[in-house]
Design a protein around this ligand. Structure first.
Ligand SMILES: Nc1ncnc2c1ncn2[C@@H]1O[C@H](COP(=O)(O)OP(=O)(O)OP(=O)(O)O)[C@@H](O)[C@H]1O
Ligand SMILES: [Mg+2]
Length: 452
């Protein structure tokens, strides 16, 4: 619960003081206000995550206070404290949007549990709009197929990392489609933080200012649309992992703030003067040469060094020997089940082809190739004709794809470019769209139009 702030509004000093001390012992920063008016004054500077308010207050009533808090920020959870005889007020308060109520004399343990729950509910509401994966949907390391030395070496280190609760950030490097995302989720799922959040942020997807607000949250009024304050993804990852995918695409301004999160273990919401402590482990992934980006001053050197303390370099598929065949079997099983097919074996020629193909899109490309092959198959044997490999075996980048373009009509040219971009992006539509300089919707429309 570190970094969460609670505001207690009660004129009963002894209760307020003991509640404050108890919550502080449990990692909350707690403040006390004795009147509703004072509470409202504190609200803006304190930005509490949870408010406890007595129904009966001198001056402004608890219910009025609740209304005013609601008007100020519709999402701060407010928990009412009720003495014998004011229970109706509490029920009324819940109808007005209070999170819950507690009866006096207050059980401090109950108070703390409610604060935890209120805070979690709030974070959850925020988190649900994002990609949150839990241990139940993760398979851990069992889902990672590969027996080659190259893969086992990486898995060995990944297991060690997963076993530790505290490590410096982990940087996953490797070509597109090698399984960096899968490995990050496995590290989360195999460790002590498995039941805590795994928040994945695709750093490519957002422009800098939005990215900043998403990551670090913002206070009400921080910018025109900020009608209420909102914790960012860093706070949402509390206790768990923040996975920064495509870290190389993060804007320089945001890079500096990320460094602070790593070094100070604190975030400051946009428009806030207050730092909030966070307990979050950080993993980052990139398929680009970060060192070169540092040389070109597109990536902060200090952040790079901070991230590069532990590097897991995921090898390309072409360096994994027979793993190609193991993965092929793995994908055959999966797609047979998905499409109700019975492809069980590989012809010798298909096997040779799979082993000699350079796999520029790595495991992702292989899975797509096998998916198509299973879809088109008629019998139990998978043969070369089912494998629609797009690059000549042993071939390097580019090459033939550009040649027929010269004489092609515009739509043909477009189609070729789209196919190529998709291939180079390992089938990832977002990335392909970026390469082409068009929006993802435009790409989807074209894909449909060309029947791709
Ligand atoms: N060792 C593996 N065993 C089984 N499936 C794998 C393995 N490695 C990758 N995959 C699968 O291949 C696909 C691509 O993996 P993933 O998205 O993790 O790659 P990535 O390295 O993050 O790629 P990018 O850099 O493009 O984001 C996913 O569907 C993933 O489940
Ligand atoms: Mg990825």
């Amino acid at each position: 619960m570190s970094g969460s702030t609670v505001l207690i509004v009660d004129d009963e000093q002894s209760l307020a003081r003991s509640a404050k001390a108890f919550l502080a012992d449990h990692g909350y920063e707690a403040e006390v206000a004795v009147t509703g008016e004072q509470a409202l004054d504190l609200l803006a500077t304190l930005q509490p995550d949870v408010v406890f308010a007595d129904v009966r207050l001198p001056g402004m009533s608890g219910l009025d206070l609740l209304r005013r808090i609601r008007a100020f920020d519709p999402v701060i959870p407010v928990i009412m404290l009720t003495a014998y005889g004011s229970i109706e007020g509490a029920v009324e308060a819940v109808k007005l949007g209070a999170f819950d109520y507690v009866k006096k004399p207050v059980d401090l343990e109950e108070l703390k549990l409610l604060a935890d729950r209120a805070r979690e509910t709030r974070l959850l509401k925020q988190e649900l709009s994002y990609y949150r994966r839990r241990a139940t949907t993760d398979v851990g390391f069992e889902g990672l197929v590969g027996e080659s030395r190259a893969v086992q070496a990486v898995l060995e280190r990944a297991r060690q990392i997963a076993a530790l609760d505290e490590t410096p950030p982990v940087l996953l490097t490797g070509e597109t489609g090698t399984g960096k995302g899968l490995l990050a989720r496995a590290i989360h799922a195999a460790g002590a933080r498995a039941t805590k959040p795994f928040i994945e942020v695709n750093c490519t997807a957002l422009p800098a200012t939005l990215m900043e607000a998403e990551l670090f949250g913002h206070e009400r009024g921080a910018f025109t649309d900020a009608k209420e304050s909102k914790p960012g993804l860093v706070e949402a990852a509390e206790g768990g992992f923040l996975f920064l995918d495509e870290i190389g695409d993060v804007d320089l301004a945001v890079q500096g703030k990320l460094l602070r999160v790593i070094e100070e273990r604190a975030v400051r919401r946009v428009g806030s003067v207050r730092e909030r402590r966070v307990d979050v482990r950080i993993m980052a992934a990139t398929n680009r040469d970060l060192e070169r980006a540092v040389g070109e001053e597109r990536f902060r050197k200090d952040l790079y060094f901070r991230l590069a303390v532990i590097v897991l370099d995921v090898p390309p598929l072409r360096e994994r020997g027979d793993d190609v065949l193991l993965l092929t079997e793995h994908f055959l099983r999966a797609f047979n089940a998905k499409y109700g097919k019975v492809v069980r074996e590989l012809s010798a020629a298909a096997r040779d082809l799979l082993l000699s193909y350079p796999w520029p899109g790595n495991v992702r490309e292989l899975s797509h190739v096998i998916e198509r092959a299973v879809l088109w198959s008629r019998g139990p044997t998978l043969d070369v004709e089912h494998l629609s490999l797009t690059r000549p075996v042993g071939g390097t980048d580019h090459g033939d794809a550009a040649k027929p373009v010269d004489t092609a009509t515009l739509p043909q040219r477009e189609k070729t470019m789209i196919e190529q971009a998709l291939r180079e992006a390992g089938g990832n539509q977002t990335k392909a769209a970026q390469r082409l300089g068009i929006s993802r919707d435009t790409l989807r429309y074209r894909l449909k139009k060309f029947g791709l």
